[in-house]
Design a protein around this ligand. Sequence first.
Ligand code: BES
Ligand code: MN
Length: 458
Amino acid sequence: MQAVIRYLKQNQARFIDELCEYIRFPSVSAQPQHRQDLHACAKWVANHCRRIGLEARLCPTLGHPIIVARTPRTKGAGARRPRFVVYGHYDVQPPEPFELWKSPPFEPRIQGRSLFGRGACDNKGQNLAHLKAVEAYLKTGTELPCDITFVIEGEEEVGSSSLASFLKKNRDELRCEAIVISDTGMPTPKHPALTYSLRGIAAFEITLHGPSRDLHSGIFGGTVDNPAMALCQLIGKLRDKNGRVAIPGFYDDVQSLSAFERKQLRRFPFNTSSYRKFVGAPKLFGERGYTPIEQRSARPTLEINGLTSGYQGEGSKTIVPAWARVKITTRLVPNQTPTKVIKLVTQHLKRLCPPTARIEIKSGHGAEPYLVSPTGPQAQAALRAIKAAFQREPVLMREGGSIPIINDFKKILRADALLIGLSLPDDNAHSPNEKFDLDCFAKGQLMSAHLWQELSQT
Ligand code: BES
Ligand code: MN
């Protein structure tokens, strides 16, 4: 282990250069014009894996390629060694709006201990940290106590639609004791964390169609319904005055928080007023009767993610628009399911649509919520590794984001996930000026190095 730790220390500068190289690929999975960039990025990852001593292959899919890279298997070894899968993603969220970036999103920039660039923390920096830990073992000739297979995909940010069937097809090869994922966060640099729950998601795109084309609002306005107005009225009905989602049946399957868990969540380092300042909203808002921590991790929500209609250019254009569109996602908690929520939302919207407009509803990606007990031996091993690397007592937490594939891992490979996030709340994931903290990068590598020792003893 000493050689591994020394190797990590001595090579930080190069690791940072490599992370910059990785970030330079504009691997935006949501945008079709970046298809080639995703492919190039995947190729870079596969080559990188080979260079550090892994056996890697690039697996084409209907969407973006998946990289599978394994530590060399010791031949003829009698007893089967424990095996773990590390999951990560090389795709990133769209960088827009460009004008809010202090430096271009795909031209990495270091300032102090922060490395700025789209994908820096979500998720390139975090999966590279694990690759660097394994590199340290392989390059120092230190024997790994387990076999490790990396699965790094390019569709996480758009719902991981290719990966589930890939897991089914490669079930035997990927069989493992647990999945290790660093794609979540920690509350402060002094509070490294193990996450034991994530919210699920169901996405929708709803269009109200009005007249067959944009009409002169002076000549026709007053005789036809305005789809933008109708849509606003419709979506205005989806939330009540207590901040609850006003869709019949929406809360039916929601598991309520136990008194014990609520008490645990209250111990969490959180300051409401600095949180409000950080998000920059005039006042916080959320479901009545719950704390912000509960609202954002253990309660379901419905959010508008985008709203479009009519003329968006400069100046005015007097029209009744032909259509109006809203993008909505709901975040789900145990035991809600995307299938049922999609049905409830769709039925309710159809009922609410006035006869003066035609509604079109597309449901997009969905993911089930995730919850696992943090008391098992693997979780305890992970907590020990986190503590060894960060020299701090780790906290247990629930998070509000989603990792769509996590329940497929559970169902297909029958393995739990260990969510060890390295991202900080001010890393600006999905926002302009995304960054990754270089100390988190270094400590993440160290955590990964310890993790294989700890996990292999369980
Ligand atoms: N890394 C996030 C998920 C995450 C973030 C979990 C913070 C917990 C805390 C992941 O890359 C992500 O953004 N997922 C998307 C999935 C969606 C597009 C299907 C999300 O949560 O919005
Ligand atoms: Mn993300």
